[in-house]
Write a protein that binds this ligand. Structure first.
Ligand code: CO
Length: 202
């Protein structure tokens, strides 16, 4: 039986390195988490939330799924948002997509991908909503533009959730941001999709 021993070895080395730098690190973290940020991103292994923004454990509450989608019937995502907003009281929610997203690419294809096509239909919807604009792009540029448009759409979906609308109505002050990550150079770009409570007219 393979027990993935190498991963346990890496874990011990990682924990040791943290403890050497800061002996109280884990005991302090075990008391509570108080992250200021909720990150909603893609499951892609090249887009790890904490590493990209260079923050240690305890600083970011994270939800990831294929193509960073906020679906109105996805109890997993909606529960994460509710907990982050109502209990953790995060100050910022970041919806982060990435260029070259495999989920977005697959949604643009006509072929059958099996079960995942149900999920990708949400991206197909974004494509249809923006058909005219996307007609001006070809190949990878088209994929990348849809990656950006998908972030904007998911920011709007998030702002329309019961949790976010109610929280803002009741005076919560968190903002929602739309970002995109470039897997070719490791750089984040703000898509200027910022939504703050007073300007939210969704
Ligand atoms: Co992706």
């Amino acid at each position: 039986m393979k027990t993935l021993e190498h991963l346990f070895e890496r874990n011990v080395a990682w924990a040791k390195a943290h403890t050497i730098r800061d002996p109280d690190y884990f005991s302090r973290l075990s008391e509570q988490q108080a992250p200021k940020y909720l990150w909603i991103g893609c499951s892609d292994s090249r887009v790890p939330a904490n590493q990209i923004i260079n923050l240690p454990p305890g600083e970011v509450f994270v939800h990831r799924n294929i193509a960073n989608v906020v679906v109105h019937t996805d109890l997993n995502c909606l529960s994460v948002v509710q907990f982050a907003v109502e209990v953790l009281k995060v100050e910022h929610i970041i919806v982060c997509g990435h260029y070259g997203c495999g989920g977005v690419k697959a949604a643009m294809e006509e072929k059958d991908h099996g079960l995942i096509d149900h999920w990708l239909n949400h991206i197909k919807d974004v494509s249809r909503f923006n058909e005219d604009e996307l007609a001006g792009f070809e190949g990878n540029d088209k994929v990348d533009r849809l990656c950006e448009l998908n972030v904007m759409e998911q920011v709007a979906n998030l702002c329309n959730t019961h949790t976010v609308r109610n929280a803002w109505k009741n005076g919560a002050q968190f903002s929602v941001h739309g970002w995109i990550y470039n897997i070719n150079n490791g750089i984040l770009k703000d898509l200027d999709a910022l939504v703050s409570p007073p300007s939210c007219e969704l």
